[in-house]
Ligand binder design. Structure first.
Ligand code: ADP
Ligand code: MG
Length: 226
């Protein structure tokens, strides 16, 4: 059976991300205090709290496309600043890219994340090295595609994407900001980790946590299962 992700697993991903954002709210805000206006953690937590409330009150979310659309719309309408439209667009584009399917297969998930990245670029015009969320998301999408192209399982590919996103996030520290509020600081932005890239790494961490490794059965011992 090919790798696939049900709507229920996608919901778990979104809820896990919301928990990570809540747990890291102060940390994200502290990062933004160094090179922005000290609101990134508050912004993201407000948005993801609203997303979880919307999921809780929905009867059932029929499809991946409907789920991502709801997440994106909620973020756009509850989060201000740069990150509301950017993270909102990320999810809205994923929703559009999913098409009319009930379950996402590995290729569909990769296409959705690629579309998400393209949406972030369409919205914010960020390029590699600008010190934004793009610098975590772009290498993650590349790593996901590369792992799947090489014949890896979805679970392994998502773990590779998470690792690449973490490296990308870490690389933002040395960058000079060229987009967003941090760019107003010029040279003084160097030496600080980008808050938006940090949130993207949390999104990938959540994905790696919920996408089951059972399809790695060829190397069963790696997952620690008997
Ligand atoms: P604001 O900057 O409006 O206060 P946040 O603090 O919530 O919004 O989010 C800041 C984050 O948004 C940055 O750390 C960066 O990753 C991201 N960001 C800002 N501008 C852009 C852009 N043009 N393209 C991509 N990401 C951006
Ligand atoms: Mg801010």
């Amino acid at each position: 059976m090919p790798d696939s992700i049900s709507c229920e697993v996608l919901q778990r991903w979104i809820r896990a991300f919301a928990r990570l954002v809540a747990d890291n709210e102060e940390y994200l805000t502290r990062l933004d205090a160094s090179i922005g206006d000290a609101d990134h953690g508050t912004n993201m937590n407000r948005g993801m709290t609203a997303v979880v409330a919307a999921l809780d009150s929905a009867e059932n979310v029929a499809s991946p496309a409907a789920l991502f659309k709801q997440v994106g719309m909620t973020l756009v309408s509850t989060v201000g600043g740069a990150s509301g439209p950017l993270f909102g667009t990320l999810f809205l584009r994923m929703g559009t890219a999913c098409g009319d399917v009930e379950v996402l297969d590995a290729g569909g998930f990769a296409r959705a994340l690629r579309a998400a990245l393209e949406g972030v670029v369409a919205r914010g015009k960020a390029e590699t090295g600008d010190k934004t969320m793009y610098d975590a998301l772009a290498p993650a999408v590349d790593a996901l595609e590369a792992a799947l192209d090489a014949g890896g399982s979805l679970a392994a590919a998502v773990r590779a994407a998470h690792a690449a996103g973490v490296s990308g996030r870490d690389a933002t520290t040395a960058m000079l900001a060229r987009k967003g509020r941090a760019s107003y600081l010029g040279e003084r932005s160097v030496g600080h980790q980008d808050p938006g890239a940090t949130s993207v790494a949390l999104l990938l961490q959540a994905a790696a946590g919920v996408i089951p490794a059972r399809s790695d059965s060829s190397s069963g011992s790696a997952s620690g299962q008997p």
